[in-house]
Design a protein around this ligand. Sequence first.
Ligand SMILES: Nc1nc2c(ncn2[C@@H]2O[C@H](COP(=O)(O)OP(=O)(O)OP(=O)(O)O)[C@@H](O)[C@H]2O)c(=O)[nH]1
Ligand SMILES: [Mg+2]
Length: 436
Amino acid sequence: MSFSKLFFTIFFHFLIFSTVNSIDDSDISIDPNGYLLYCPCMGRFGNQAEQFLGTLQFAKSIDRTLILPPFIEYVDYKVTFQPFENIFEIDHINEYHRVMTMNDFLKKLSPLIWKHENRSITCYDSRHFSTNNNNKKEGCNPFEGSPFKEFWHHLGVQEFPLGSLYYKPLHTDYNYANDWRQKFRNVTVLALVGAPSSFPTNSAAVKLSKYIYFTKNIMEKANKYRMDRGFGQKPYLAVHLRHGIDWIRACELIHSNPDLKQLFSSQQCLGDKDKQHRWLNNRITFDLCYPSFEQIIDGIKSSIQSYNNQDEVKRNEKQPIQHIYIATDLNNESMWLDLNQTLAKHFSSSSSTLTLITPTLTLNTIDGTFSEYKKPSPHFLIDLYLLSHSNSFIGNCISSFSAFITRYRLYRLHFFHTTHFFSFHRPNSVHLRDEL
Ligand SMILES: Nc1nc2c(ncn2[C@@H]2O[C@H](COP(=O)(O)OP(=O)(O)OP(=O)(O)O)[C@@H](O)[C@H]2O)c(=O)[nH]1
Ligand SMILES: [Mg+2]
C-alpha cells in the first residue's frame, strides 16, 4: 500500500470512528415514563445521603429515571455543590434502577424535554416563608430560603413558568406509587422542591447501600492520605467522634425529652418498627449522643481487644491493630494527648504500642511522643472513606454521618462483627447477619 493510500485508509477509519462516537454521545433515548428531579435541600452530607436512598427506592417504585443531584456542601457558610458522580459510581446504582447524572440531563435532555416554558415545580402543599400575611404567595416557592434558591440557580433555573403542582394528600412513599403514577402521568419531568424520602428513611431503603461504591478518585485520595499518615497497608481501628459545640447542643435535646424514642439516626442502633429489632424499647440516652471520655476509652479498648484476640491474629496470619484513626468534627488536641496517655496505661502490659492518627497530630502510646501533621485536615469525604473501610469501626448511634458508614459496612461490605458504637452494645440475640 502506498503511503498516500495508507494515510487515507487511516483518515477514513478515524472519520468513521469519530462519527460513530459522536452519534453515540448525542443519541440519548428518552424515558417514556419520565424523570424525577429533586433538591437535596435538607441537612448536610449524612442527611442527604440517607434521603438519597429513600429517593432511589421511590424513583424505582414510580418507575421514572432518577436524575442524580449534586451533594450540597457548606464551605465557610457558603453553599457549594459536588457532582454526585465525583463521589459515587453511577454504574452500580444503575444495576438497581435507571439513573442519570444532572450534567447529562441538563446538557442532553433538558433542551428536548425540559425547556423553560415546560417547567413546573412540585411540593406537598403551599410553602410560605413570609411572616407578613400580605406578602404570602401561594405555591411551592422553590426559590425561598437556602439552599433552595442556590440549588435551582446552580442548575440554571430561574423560574418555573407552569407554576406549582401539589401532591397532597399523597406521601412520598413507595406505598403510594400507583397514585403518583396516575396523578403525574402527564408531567415528563417531575421536579420536587425537596427529597421524596423521609428522614430517617425506611429499613428497605437502608439496604440499598449495597449499590453505593466510592469513585476511584475518592479511593485514591483517601489511600494517598493514609500513606501520608503512615498507616498504608496496616490494619486500623477508625473512630467517629462527634463532639463539636453544635453537636453537644443537639444532644441536649435528650436531657429535655427523656422519653425520646428517635433522634437523627438513632435507628441504626435502636431500630425502627421492623420486627427484627427487638431492642426497640431501648431509650435514647445522652451517652449514645455524647459519650464520656471513659466510654470512649472503653469502646476503643474493647474493639481493639476483640480484633486482636482473633485466632488468625494470634497465629500471626493477620496483623494486629496498632493504629487508631480518629475522624472528628472538632480537632481537640488536648483531648488527643489525654487519650494517648490513658490508652498508654491501659495497653502498658501488651507487647505492642498504639499510634493515634488525628487531624493534626500523630501520637504514640509507648512514650507519649507526638508529631505534628502540618498539611490541611482531611476533607470529610476522605474521613468518610477511611471510616467506611476500616478493619474495625466505632461510630456514634445518633449521627447521620456515622449512619452512612454503618449502612455501608453492613450492606455493602458485610462487616458485621467489626462495626461498633460508643456506649452501646448490640444485643447478641439480634443478628442482622442472616439477612446480609
Ligand atoms: N471531616 C469531618 N467532618 C465531619 C465529621 N463528622 C461530621 N463532620 C462534618 O459535619 C457534618 C455533619 O453533618 P451530617 O453529615 O448531616 O451528620 P450528622 O451527624 O447528622 O450531623 P448534623 O447535621 O450536625 O446533625 C458533615 O457533613 C461534615 O461536614 C468527621 O468525622 N470528619
Ligand atoms: Mg445532619
